[in-house]
Design a protein around this ligand. Structure first.
Ligand SMILES: C[S@@+](CC[C@H](N)C(=O)[O-])C[C@H]1O[C@@H](n2cnc3c(N)ncnc32)[C@H](O)[C@@H]1O
Length: 358
């Protein structure tokens, strides 16, 4: 069979004019290159070059192969660029981005509400669990530690986040997690591979979450469960109330919507999972309530998780003219006021569990 390496070989020879230079260009030894050339000529049943005065000349068949191969390589290059661009666009559309501040925020968020979200994140020993959209591994650390008898494959679209996640898991001496680059809309797994699926704060960021759920259902075994945890910014209320702070939160909602996401997805988990064909769907709201009596939560949830999230979208919201500078800065200031004496803050996450029927 003609392989891409054969096309590259002929293309390189056409460009540099000698086998020696072509081998250097392709980082091959000259004997490896001669071997490949022989392989190609045997397959084609004809010679590709002949030599005159130590110079290589293409045979008529070789010319045809060279020209058609060049066009194929160009097409492949364009395809590669288009595919990479799709991935880049997906990464760009992730509203929170991949900064070190966001890594810190995800870790603060996960550890602060770990008990609230994960008191029941328990699966049987021996289970193979897919975690989709694991990010920097903030939830991975918690669920894999809590389920030492299960095995996890944690996937994300961001190579950078996966590298961070994998380093953290190694440093924690956790050895029941494997990380893999994958898109939740096109998972590189066979049908019915996983006993359970876990998704946290992913569906709120993707357009067409119903298609992601279909793909997740495909790789889930019959009688397996899916667990989905998402937020809902409409559940945010606080004291002292502030119209400006509410506007700042609304800016995040609008921006997320413009990027294809849905910041109000929490309330929709029941219909979404049911419509995707999961059965016995059960949703439990998990409310965070913070006041002065929990100073640690004031810092870790109101400041480092929620307000940090609004601060994180400030520049993009301003550049897209979703909100004015005065409003977003005033909104952030007012959110901080809820952390001063007498302030309170409420937010509700939604955790849904559904089953795949036999
Ligand atoms: C808010 S973060 C949540 C990370 C983690 N689950 C947590 O709770 O800390 C969302 C993650 O989803 C990933 N993501 C977005 N679209 C994705 C897709 N189509 N396939 C896989 N991961 C995706 C992003 O790269 C990001 O790491």
């Amino acid at each position: 069979m003609i392989e891409i390496r054969h096309l590259k070989l002929i293309d390189a020879v056409a460009k540099v004019g000698s086998l020696k230079k072509a081998a250097e260009k392709l980082f091959l030894t000259q004997s490896a290159l001669s071997h490949q050339l022989k392989e190609l000529e045997t397959h084609l049943g004809t010679q590709v070059f002949y030599r005159i005065n130590n110079q290589l000349h293409f045979t008529p068949a070789g010319k045809e192969f060279r020209d058609a191969g060049k066009a194929i390589l160009e097409q492949l290059g364009q395809l590669e660029n288009r595919v990479q661009q799709i991935n880049q666009d997906r990464l760009k559309s992730y509203i929170h981005g991949y900064s070190s501040e966001e890594t810190q925020r995800l870790n603060d968020q996960a550890s602060t509400i770990s008990e609230l979200l994960h008191r029941d994140s328990k699966w049987e020993d021996g289970a193979l669990i897919l975690e989709a959209g694991c990010g920097v591994g903030a939830q991975t650390q918690i669920i894999s530690h809590k389920n030492p008898g299960s095995n996890f494959i944690s996937v994300d679209l961001s190579e950078k986040s996966l590298a961070q996640a994998s380093q953290v898991i190694r440093e924690m001496n956790i050895n029941n997690v494997e990380f893999q680059l994958a898109d939740v809309f096109d998972l590189p797994f066979n049908d019915n591979t996983f006993d359970h699926i876990f998704v946290c704060f992913l569906l709120e960021h993707v357009s067409k979450p119903e298609l992601a759920l279909q793909e997740l259902k495909r790789v889930l075994k019959a009688e397996g469960t899916i667990t989905v945890i998402e937020g809902d910014h409409g559940s945010t209320y606080f004291y002292p109330d502030s119209k400006t702070a509410r506007k700042a939160i609304q800016a995040q909602v609008t921006l997320q919507k413009q990027n294809g996401g849905n910041a109000y997805i929490g309330r929709q988990l029941y219909p979404m999972l049911s419509d995707a064909g999961f059965s016995n769907v059960a949703v439990s709201p998990r409310q965070v309530y913070v006041d002065d009596s929990k100073p640690e939560m004031v810092d870790r949830f109101i400041k480092n998780t929620f307000t940090a999230m609004i601060k994180g979208i400030k520049d993009e919201a301003l550049s897209k003219r979703i909100i004015s500078r005065d409003e977003i800065e005033g909104g952030i200031r007012d959110l901080y006021k809820t952390t001063e004496g007498g302030g309170t803050f409420c937010y509700t996450f939604f955790k849904a569990i559904g089953y795949k029927e036999r």
